[in-house]
Design a binder for this molecule. Sequence first.
Ligand SMILES: Cc1ncc(COP(=O)(O)O)c(C=O)c1O
Length: 385
Amino acid sequence: MPGRHFLQIPGPTNVPDRILRAIARPTIDHRGPAFAALGREVLDGLRHVFQTSSPVVVYPSSGTGAWEASLVNTLSPGDAVLMFETGYFAVLWRDMAVRLGLTVDFVPGDWRHGVDPDDVESRLVADRDRTIRAVAVVHNETSTGVTSRIAEVRAAIDRAKHPALLLVDTISSLASIDYRHDEWGVDVTICGSQKGLMLPPGLGFNALSDKALAASKSARLPRSYWEWQAMLADNRNGFFPYTPATKQLYGLREALDMLREEGLPRVFARHCRLAEATRRAVRAWGLEIVCANPAEYSHSLTAVMMPDGHDADALRRTILDRYDMSLGTGLGKLKGRAFRIGHLGDFNELMLAGTLGGVEMGLAAAGVPFEPGGVTAALELLSAR
Ligand SMILES: Cc1ncc(COP(=O)(O)O)c(C=O)c1O
């Protein structure tokens, strides 16, 4: 089809031309001085995005690898972990923890709400013997468009005076939704390259805390590739213990420059505004937003329920065939029942207008009952100063 494909899934996101050009540079010697300078620059620059003064570890991996790294570096076989069923990704992380031999207390959820900080507090207070070693939370559930309130979860852990580590998955929130590793007392923040960081998939991140590093000294889960200590030792000189993803790191340097130029507060405000415009469109169409609590609306994606008897994947197919736009499929128990609009990363008002235009035309073309006027409702907000 002529024109650009609209990639409006909630990650991987559109890679800006600046980053594509940076990645296109020739590969360099990963043991030479030019690489050391690149390594130091990106490792240092990443701290700004995670809002931390602690080290950030970078793996040539997807986000799933970074999940695994956070668990195997801090925990021992049989350790108890408190996790919450916020959606599909929380379920996958739980499954991984179980496979690794951890004992998971998985708090059931309805996939429409985030983690309840009061529930965190009461469960930790009830854990009198302090057997829970970690609380693991998905900040932004990419399957549902629900953002858990990490600062409040931290406050709940503190109120309970519980020593558990706090592990947070920010794969679809970092560099899109305000997130503060140090201020919120997070011990390991997990991320991937392919969403707010605007890079192709292929890099995984762990931001650490002193407490997490101390835990890693006695953690006994088997690990080799994911070992933080070996990574940190080589990172001190800008190098990696194995062949790094050189070209991804060129891209990362460019992404960090772009985020610094725009400024994190403006990046977060842009995502907030585009998310609100999207929700106005959805409401005007008479469709239901999956997230049930407005205090937990995601700024990086909106998941939309289909009217009964209508298949979300049939709608997505129509939109792809007619308008060359990809929307996110419903995941897990939302398969066929919901679709997801990604509004994160390298994204602006006209791209959102095009995206919502594609959805509105697609709803009509697929015979889904809806009220016209969603695009108009969004444009009203976007055109207000
Ligand atoms: C919140 C969240 N956690 C974990 C993952 C898994 O990451 P990956 O697919 O890069 O392994 C994803 C992927 O979309 C995600 O959105």
